[in-house]
Write a protein that binds this ligand. Sequence first.
Ligand code: GLN
Length: 496
Amino acid sequence: MRPGLDPVDLCDLTIHELHDRLARREVRAQELLQAVQERIRRVEGIVHAYVTQTLESAEVEAAAIDAHLARGEPLPPLAGIPVALKDIFCTEGVRTTCGSRILHPYVPPYDATVVARLKAQGVILLGKLNMDEFAMGSSTETSAFGVTRNPWNPEYIPGGSSGGSAAAVAAGECIASVGTDTGGSIRQPAACCGVVGLKPTYGRVSRYGMIAFASSLDQGGPITRDVTDAALVLQAIAGHDPLDFTSIPADVPDYVAALTGDARGVRIGLPREYFLEGLDPEVARAVREAVRVLEGLGATIAETSLPHTDYALAAYYIIAPAEASSNLARYDGVRYGHRGGPGALRQMYMRTRQEGFGSEVKRRIMLGTYALSAGYYEAYYRKAQQVRTLVRQDFEEAFRRFDVLATPTMPTPPFKLGEKLQDPLQMYLSDVYTIPVNLAGIPGLVLPCGFSADGLPIGLQLIGRPLDEATLLRVGHAFEQATDYHRRRPPLATGG
Ligand code: GLN
């Protein structure tokens, strides 16, 4: 190792900082990988972010990048960067669990489009990260592979369902990750762990090879250390994919070029319904302070209203379980993974699903099946779809006057492990501010904007028009230029 380049520090840098060092050949991809491996060895026993590690193939990939650099060839922006993925993305030859026992011992024969696109850029894949089972949860406590802990304080949740991704990025156990967001699962854990999370517009990022939870809501997106990194990862994974028929056939803009450092003239709306009772005063203070920073940067701020916000959570908890009950019908012990047997066919089905699914997944399957059943469909599913339209129209109306909406991400700072696990309704309420964005199919960016008195991160959510991720990134990046929350690292990472 050359002087001045402490291997531990490398793990806490961003993609763009590391890219510069790699491209200038100040550091080799193999050195960077070693530094991250060392960090994993040091903190993984506490954080438990990984379900599966792929260290051997990572070493081969890093050596290939170093050979590429030695030949003097140009380096794509993500080449040589150690990345790990939420264990919901299919990875060729690498076990994929979706946080569940029921897929065991599934090893996909193909890569998800997101994975293929990252590989094409030359990222170093470190492994697969923990998550709530089938992405159902807000704390990563429903995983069949044990809980993940918040690197800022291991007694607290890292958020969920992409809790392994957010915790790993915060703790320096990978440089960046890709998660998925059906009702908040990228944004809420990003807020809990003090990192950046972007849920793109529905259809912006291919869902091919991403294990389905609620197909009309699921969307993959970056979890990174800063907004520039989110732009770089989105650039790599976004774009039309003929293998996903909901993928949008639109050009992908240059997201990094959108980062002008300037928020002048951006009209930001504060939806009244997101600042009412139930919002923790520390979170409210941090978000309002962040809005003042944006105003200081030249954005104009005004209050607005999204009148159907109150009904969004209830509609989501009909639509998402209904779609899940249909998507999860395929886990029958015949085609995939775990089989509960022996016995007659019906017994085998029952045993497979009884043994394979955890209680939150079973709860959702039952709720969803009920909501879709004859006689109830009209009262529940159809009604929920009508509410969904109203929620979407609220946003359309607001975006006539505003370019961006600014809100809290979660009503409270991260809570303690175990605190809400026995009370599903309390757990579901963690997502009141993130769910409407999924129902509307629009993009949402979360970035760190403060800390609670207990030293736990708080996230600001910026919501944008369909396909206008660029404006969110621009505003978020301008905020970062004026603040240093994105530079803070948990004491665990720095050895404190
Ligand atoms: N917490 C929400 C749920 O449990 C959202 C999960 C997600 O976005 N995948 O459904």
